[in-house]
Design a protein around this ligand. Structure first.
Ligand code: ANZ
Ligand code: ZN
Length: 819
């Protein structure tokens, strides 16, 4: 039967592939080039959706491509299976989070098997398995030993809805990244990873990623780390022994510092406020503590503040300058205090104009007086009103003043980062327990390695897990009370769990040796497979997950466990699948169901539509997609294969020359497009070839021509990356043995890539003088140059000048001589 039935084809090959297992990575085989293609692993929230379908269709192309080119490919799958939604579901259903989690994983796994990415299923992992989180705990302890995991008290971000702390990275525009609630500040003791120790390396190593990662992701990381260079300047404070240090990127403007501002919520403000100003200060500070981060950082808002009744001394002018407190200075950045230069910093100017503080111009920019216009001048210019540095340009002045400060001991060059340490503890249940015991006599005691994993209790469920501001584990008496591993006395387990981003910071190492029991991974296996050659996933992870993974890799490098410092050589961010111009969402009903799409059109149609709609980075509006167009194309492919009558292995050399050229050109161009991640263009090339083959059958040499067979086989081989079921079926119909993914990648014959030449007639004064063999695509200028270079033309001109050249590429050049 020649009828193309996508469902039947799909069911047949899904079962066959389960037996053939063509996607197993071979650890032992060092003869083939190794390739590691990785997809960001899913969170098990219900079944797979359209976003997954797109991401995994895209991620599958480089994996299958490498496999067909003969590489030994590692393309694993697993689940990022700790996290809040499971816990919330468990509270609602009075169950344990593992029930919801593992049920959803099974649902997704079944959908994946049908959707058929080329996964090596034998390496499957789940971060919530004790076999996995044992090693998350082990890594935590190694971080702890190196001083990279520590506990400290301080102000933290608190989500009042999820009742847990959040990392800075999880606060987006002042709201909880997960639930959208307005984030509050609380003072709590929490666990941190000291990612700031790696700030310089996280920036500098990005040089290795240039060209391999999207420029915008590198930029986002750079901005997030936020390295700034300038100087620390010490200001003496009247009536206080200790000076106050401020950080500035503009030490050149020091002569223009006319007041100082301390963060209202910094301990320093509380400490230096004069007794008669205390009441006013405290009232203001309480007001500030109720403000959200976004309100504080808004430049639109009118400035607020309070005078602290104190004076500082400008170290270069000797002037007494007033010290104020305000909310526009952040307690956690630099030193929590600034020197205000209103003439050249807009926020300082707004503040000065509001409170009548002096404005002193120290850089002559040629712009009008800031005190009058209300616009601070930020441009470059010569220094003025600055004593010994008058006349210097900005860069020279920065250098000179920093030098003077260093000589006098009143300051020094300094670097600051926006990056803060990573807050990793969470007051929730469904996460990796922190392997620390708190003992009244020994303090913090690490759980010995041989006692790992510290397992989550299985007897907590439903209401036991309801958020109450402290971890539900704290209330689990039989779990939390332990003997101190050091002194044997009564002690308590740390009851917080780790941020799930800790779990996902190292899973790609684990895939290299997923059942290894002597460590988080087999060092040798990682040496063989890593770094990852291509990583595919959403741009929503441009900062968090990628930054944390890069940090982990550097720590592992310092531990001597890996010999590279960047985990992902190439990164591809796919766009989103949207509908009618809007993001898909269950709550608004603006949704396309993946399962229904597959029921209706089959996997190959969905995959092809995802890949053909545009470059992988672009969003796909499903309203614009034509599944029926994709179906027709696949049916044509199938029909061509069915019509071919020459035998497998027939030499195509004697076949139709035009079709052969079309075939080899398609191979050449599609290959280049796949390498450049332009999958939609590669598919368009295959479509062109399908049309050419159809034409050759219908109105050319017919289905028995060996060139038609060659085209049909080439189509099946290349289509295997995009519509694997149909490709496999066509390959079998053409008389070959499955699987097509092991059948190699077609090679373009360079001799067939040369365009067929056309003959161009060259006339002089209307008479044919020469004939040139040229490419049909030749440009007019090139053709004119060739015609004028012809000796026969020169002879015909006989030394006469040229009045005019008329070019009709590629067929005619007419040269009109001067009379
Ligand atoms: C004087 C000055 C003059 C400044 C001038 C700028 C322009 P980045 O680039 O982000 O590092 N600053 C320092 N600590 C601060 C804090 N805790 N909260 C708010 N602002 C703070 O910015 C550094 C600049 O931001 C510093 O340089 C300081 O203002 C301010 F014409 O000092 B500058
Ligand atoms: Zn103890």
């Amino acid at each position: 039967d020649e009828q193309y039935d996508p469902r039947a084809v799909q069911d047949k090959w899904q079962a066959r592939w389960e037996q053939l297992r063509p996607f197993r990575a071979d650890d032992a085989d060092g003869s083939r080039e190794r390739r590691y293609t990785l997809d960001m692993f899913p969170y098990p929230s219900g079944d797979l959706h359209m976003g997954h379908a797109e991401a995994f269709a895209i991620g599958d192309v480089p994996a299958r491509f490498a496999l067909q080119r003969g590489c030994n490919v590692l393309h694993p799958i697993g689940w990022d299976s700790f996290g809040l939604p499971a816990e919330n579901a468990a509270i609602k259903r009075d169950s344990h989070p593992s029930e919801w989690t593992y049920a959803n994983i099974e649902t997704q796994a079944a959908s994946f098997r049908r959707y058929a990415p080329s996964f090596d299923w034998s390496r499957r992992l789940h971060t919530s398995d004790p076999e996995y989180y044992r090693w998350t705990q082990w890594l935590f302890l190694r971080f702890y030993e190196r001083g990279l995991a520590y506990r400290k008290g301080g102000q933290v971000n608190w989500c009042p809805n999820d009742q847990t702390v959040l990392a800075n990275e999880q606060v987006v525009g002042g709201h909880c990244e997960r639930c959208g609630a307005l984030v509050e500040k609380r003072v709590l003791t929490q666990w941190y990873f000291k990612i700031t120790d790696y700030a310089d390396r996280l920036l500098d190593d990005m040089a290795q990623l240039e060209g391999g990662w999207p420029e915008r992701v590198l930029l986002m990381q750079r901005n997030w780390i936020g390295r700034s260079t300038g100087a620390d300047v010490h200001f003496a404070i009247e009536g206080r022994a200790e000076p106050v240090t401020v950080y500035t990127t503009r030490p050149d403007t020091l002569f223009g510092a006319t007041f100082m501002v301390v963060a209202a919520d910094a301990a320093l403000a509380e400490e230096i406020v004069a007794p008669e100003r205390r009441a006013a200060f405290e009232a203001y500070r309480d007001e500030v503590s109720r403000e959200s981060e976004i309100e504080r950082l808004s430049s639109e808002r009118e400035k607020t503040g309070v005078f602290l009744g104190r004076y500082a001394v400008n170290p270069v002018t000797g002037d007494r300058i007033p010290v104020w407190a305000s909310d526009y200075v952040l307690a956690e950045y630099g030193h929590g205090a600034i020197m205000a230069v209103p003439a050249h910093d807009q926020r300082d100017l707004d503040f000065a104009l509001k409170f009548g503080l002096p404005v002193r111009v120290v850089v002559e920019t040629g712009q009008p007086d800031p005190a009058e216009t209300g616009v601070a001048t930020a441009g470059d210019g010569a220094l003025v009103n600055s004593g010994p540095v008058d006349g210097l340009a900005k860069a020279e002045a920065i250098e000179r003043i920093t030098q003077v400060l260093e000589e006098r001991g009143t300051g020094k060059a300094a670097v600051n980062f926006r990056l803060r340490d990573w807050l990793v503890s969470r007051q929730r249940f469904w996460g990796c327990p922190i392997p620390i015991v708190h003992c009244p006599s020994c303090g913090e005691v690490p759980v010995p390695d041989e006692q790992l994993p510290v397992r989550l209790p299985e007897n907590l469920r439903g209401a036991d897990l309801a958020p109450k501001g402290t971890s539900p584990l704290a209330a689990a008496e039989d779990w939390v009370n332990v003997d101190c591993p050091k002194c044997g006395g009564a002690a308590k387990r740390d009851s917080d769990t780790m941020d799930t981003f800790v779990d996902s910071s190292w899973y790609y190492f684990r895939y290299c040796s997923p059942t290894y029991e002597d460590g988080p991974f087999d060092v040798e296996a990682v040496r063989r497979w890593m770094p990852v050659d291509q990583y595919t996933g959403g741009v929503e992870h441009a900062i968090l997950h990628l930054l944390y993974s890069r940090f982990f890799t550097k720590v592992l490098y310092d531990m001597g466990m890996v010999d590279f410092t960047e985990p992902f050589a190439r990164l591809l961010n796919q766009g989103q699948v949207i509908l009618n111009g809007k993001g898909m969402s269950k709550s608004t009903g603006n949704l396309v169901d993946l399962g229904e799409q597959i029921e209706e059109s089959g996997v190959d149609v969905v995959r092809l539509a995802m890949l053909f709609s545009g470059p992988p980075e672009d969003d796909i509006d499903w309203a614009d997609v034509s599944p029926s167009g994709m179906y027709k194309f696949l049916a044509r492919v199938h029909r061509i294969a069915a019509e071919v009558t020459s035998a497998p292995g027939t030499d195509p050399a004697g076949g139709d020359a035009e079709l052969r050229r079309a075939t080899h050109r398609a191979v050449d161009e599609a290959t280049a497009m796949i390498e450049a991640n332009r999958f939609n263009v590669a598919i368009a090339r295959i479509m062109t070839l399908v049309n050419a083959a159809r034409k050759a059958i219908d109105s050319g040499p017919g289905a028995g021509d060996p060139a038609v067979r060659e085209a049909a086989e080439t189509i099946a081989l290349m289509l295997s990356l995009f519509a694997p079921y149909t490709a496999e079926e066509a390959w079998e119909v053409l008389g070959h043995e499955a699987p097509v993914v092991r059948a190699g990648w077609p090679a373009a014959d360079p001799a067939l890539l040369v365009e067929e030449a056309v003959t161009c007639v060259v006339q002089v004064a209307g008479k044919v003088r020469d004939r040139l063999e040229v490419a049909p695509s030749i440009g007019e200028a090139e053709l004119e140059r060739l015609a004028l270079a012809s000796p026969k033309v020169a002879e015909a001109l006989g030394g006469a000048g040229i009045a005019k050249v008329i070019v009709r590429a590629p067929k005619i050049v007419n040269i009109v001589p001067q009379r």
